[in-house]
Design a protein around this ligand. Sequence first.
Ligand SMILES: Nc1nc2c(ncn2[C@@H]2O[C@H](COP(=O)(O)OP(=O)(O)OP(=O)(O)O)[C@@H](O)[C@H]2O)c(=O)[nH]1
Ligand SMILES: [Mg+2]
Length: 360
Amino acid sequence: MRLGIIGLPNSGKTTIFNALTRSNLETGASSSGRFEVHTGVVGVPDLRMEKLIAMYKPKKKTYTQVTYVDIGGLDKGVGEGGLKGQFRNELAQLDGYLHVARLFEDDTVPHPQITIDPARDVQILDTEFLLTDLVAVETRLEKLRSEIRVKGKNVDKAVPAEAELLERFKAHLEDEKPLRDLDDISEDELRTIRGYGFLTLKPTLIVLNMGEEAKDPASVMSYDHKNSRMVAIQGKIEAEMAQLEPEDAEMFMSEYGITELSAAKVIRLSYELMAIQSFFTVGEDEVRAWSIPIGATAPEAAGAIHSDLQKGFIRAEVMAYQDLITGGSEAALKATGKFRLEGKDYVVKDGDIVHIRFNI
Ligand SMILES: Nc1nc2c(ncn2[C@@H]2O[C@H](COP(=O)(O)OP(=O)(O)OP(=O)(O)O)[C@@H](O)[C@H]2O)c(=O)[nH]1
Ligand SMILES: [Mg+2]
């Protein structure tokens, strides 16, 4: 899963990338229109993993991962009627966005819009994304309409169906609403347009970069869209903490009364926002978290581990996470019938502990 970090120049994108990925990229370098992409991979923090690790004491522990992509120079196309070329291509390939908006005050860091106003800043880039999608929709519509004209009655019936869908998209975008707000798109329709990588269809986490003062994001602005959330982080402080040794970071945190780093929360929220859930495999060798889409079946979960496990799937042994923690051990669950054998139609739940029986 790849998430792009976007936002106006000097909002703190690279700073927040450093905080999330414990990297040390140069900040304040002002990419000023130069297209620049940096990627970093992080494990998704999960308290349940810690409990399972304490129970099984495995040799190895493996967390699910998210890749963050810091995209510099996004301001280039702003105000020119939509993003073009490599900017659009890179953005279209991502699974979702962290949209950074600046709230920190610092006279030494110029703001491209002069004043601090995160709601306005978010709107600027959102509008750009809307326009970019509108251009893509209109280009595609033109092709489809000409195909309908040329082929007449002989046109494949998928063509007018797609044109009708894109007309709906167009009207929605002209209303200045992101495509992710549409609530009447079917799974089938989504499949036909998946390849276009529409930007406003992707889940978005608004990240308010607070500076030194902590605030409740809801008191700063509202952002009422589907598949969207809002979170706050003190970018600069957290980027500095990410560079510390774990013991030093802990000391620092207890000194300032911080119980959880916002970076961990941002990672978790961004993971959840992608409609992804985790299941676990456990044992003395390894305790491991795996990612699957919400609604995935037991064979699909098996396939996340290895395609052979999906092909040769027989049954899944399943324990609910909470049952295992309450019961205290696998043996206790077996005694109470909470250690289940599930077939190929079983829909895996978030937190399930799964062992696949297979035969190839
Ligand atoms: N005071 C303060 N400064 C910050 C904070 N976050 C970032 N900065 C500073 O703001 C400047 C820009 O930060 P970057 O992280 O480089 O911003 P960016 O969005 O990546 O900028 P571009 O890549 O040029 O678009 C740097 O000098 C940072 O140190 C913050 O929370 N407080
Ligand atoms: Mg940057």
